[in-house]
Design a protein around this ligand. Sequence first.
Ligand code: NDP
Length: 450
Amino acid sequence: MVENLHPNLAPMYEEVLERNPGEKEYHQAVYEVIHSLNPIAGQRSEYMQWSILRRMCEPERQIIFRVPWTDDEGNVRINRGYRVEVNSALGPFKGGLRFHPSVNLSIVKFLGFEQVYKNALTGMPIGGGKGGSNFDPKGRSDAEVMRFCQSFMTELYRHIGEYTDVPAGDIGVGSREIGYLFGQYKRITNRYESGTITGKGLTWGGSRVRTEATGYGTVYFVKEMLADAGDDLDGKRVVVSGSGNVAIYAIEKAAQLGATVVACSDSNGFVVDEQGLDVELLREVKEKRRERLTAYAEARGGSVRHVTDGSIWSVPCDVALPCATQNELDGQAARTLIDNGVRVVAEGANMPCTPEAVHLFQESHVLFAPGKASNAGGVATSALEMQQNASRDTWSFEATDTRLEEIMTGIHRRVVETAEEYGQPGDYVAGANLASYMKVADAMVALGVV
Ligand code: NDP
């Protein structure tokens, strides 16, 4: 891998490997960005000065803490909490919290690193960070989730704030968890600081469209990719992995724009619904009843298949939207999608495609959008939530949705133009990484060595 990097960049990547041993997801995310910098590594040396890249690869602050809580049987449980504040050159650290048993320092660092560049692409004044815990909310009662969130915030509160670091949701952290976290923050600080956390409920400082934003935004991005190719979503067959927040609203928006979404998944398997997924039923099963996709298949009956062995990416489609988790779409899955004629792949999740899969898509001229561009609608709408909180205002659904679509169109244009400018037309990965890197680097140069 190192041999594919410009001689000015290779030693920096080697240093990252050495300073962060064993953190494979973090290495993967850093490599992707560094690799995209090849075109400027020689010519545009101001972006390499003052160890800008070295500083970008060393988070500003990494916090790891114990989270003790009591389960419903009275047993004391211990989890590990994280907040990694990666870069605040453009604004306060901003990024979600993930509660999932797989969470570790490498995953939080990769997510925080990606977040810096994603946030820069939105054009909003926000830096990047990420956090979470290896706590698994699945199967836990509301009371247990509340006690966990309260304990988590009892440490986290001292590190966050409207002008410091603004967390939000991610896998396993939805409006229920955000409510308990914000409630404890308010209690400890004795301040109703709405702008300290985003993803809030509509009656207590949340923004309309925040729930829908990541999924809708991903589909708005796909709409732009297809429009550039003289096409649209009408009549397309779409497959979406996951069935959480991002997946559900990607499915809803794709269907609204005339596509038929035929499959989605959870960690136990996937459903194939040739008539097109019933989003209302999906929301009822996943959001309200917190049940598995088997319940969706049972409720829908007859024509729906629930598959527990095999990959959702074996379902033929024109557009594939991986919206579950990192590295869920590998080289083999990419080959199957390509053989089945996929035309567009856009990441709703963070880094769901392995480097091999990305390479295969690009080599086969499949339009491929990296998550830091295509799923940026969520954090962009979080920034809109912060704007509404700061001005003590609330915007209508239509106004906020229009703003989201404009932001996604703007990101698409910036990415496409940057890729062209640096001689890599059609390469969304290079366009996204170069545009965002230069934006963050410009600010870091201006702010000096801090
Ligand atoms: P949710 O918790 O709402 O849903 C996650 C979905 O992915 C679930 O269907 C879950 O299945 C599945 N999933 C999670 N982990 C695994 C795994 N290890 N293997 C298989 N399936 C898995 O999370 P979100 O929808 O919020 O997040 C999905 C992705 O989108 C993540 O990568 C996140 O970082 C990214 N993202 C989210 C944003 C947001 O606004 N929410 C913003 C930008 C990116 P199961 O229920 O079985 O666990």
